[in-house]
Unconditional design. Structure first.
Length: 159
């Protein structure tokens, strides 16, 4: 009887296989879907396994980012943004302070150079007014010239 039962199952399987194609072609899928609990069906699906098979690059290539971003309300998005904290974190104040210090230092260097040039011109004018010769001109203040190793006589001019 077991053998009869197995042959009956085989016969039923062949009949069901032949009939299934005809049923699928004949029956409207909407009628079947009305009787299917989609939530119960989806609860049995392993979404992690499905998502692992998705090609994200291909999926994102199909997304129109301009249309997506056109719907974004930037005012609402940026409403709670702490711009000051963002600026502090970016290091912009340090960069500004460093560049300001550098620019101020450069400006001072330029001003010093200009003053040295002016000092040389005034020194020459004074030398001419005092009728000093080239040999009588001093190379610098006595204390600075002496610091270089020369011991000038305070009574004589140093060139």
């Amino acid at each position: 009887m077991t053998e009869d039962r197995q042959s009956g199952k085989r016969l039923l399987g062949r009949v069901a296989g032949a009939v299934t194609g005809k049923v699928v072609d004949t029956v409207d899928p909407d009628i079947v879907l009305e009787h299917v609990d989609v939530n119960a069906l989806l609860s049995r699906v392993d979404l992690d396994a499905v998502l692992a098979r998705v090609d994200m690059d291909a999926l994102l290539a199909r997304v129109d980012l301009n249309a997506l971003l056109a719907d974004v309300d930037l005012d609402a998005l940026l409403k709670d943004l702490d711009v000051e904290a963002l600026v502090r974190r970016s290091g912009i104040p340090d960069i500004v302070a460093e560049s300001t210090y550098s620019m101020a230092g450069s400006a001072l260097d330029v001003a010093r150079r200009q003053l040295v040039g002016l000092d040389v011109i005034v020194d020459r004018i004074v030398d001419r007014l005092m009728r000093r010769s080239e040999d009588d001109r001093r190379e610098g203040p006595l204390s600075l010239v002496a610091a270089r190793g020369e011991a000038p006589d305070p009574g004589t001019a140093v060139r």
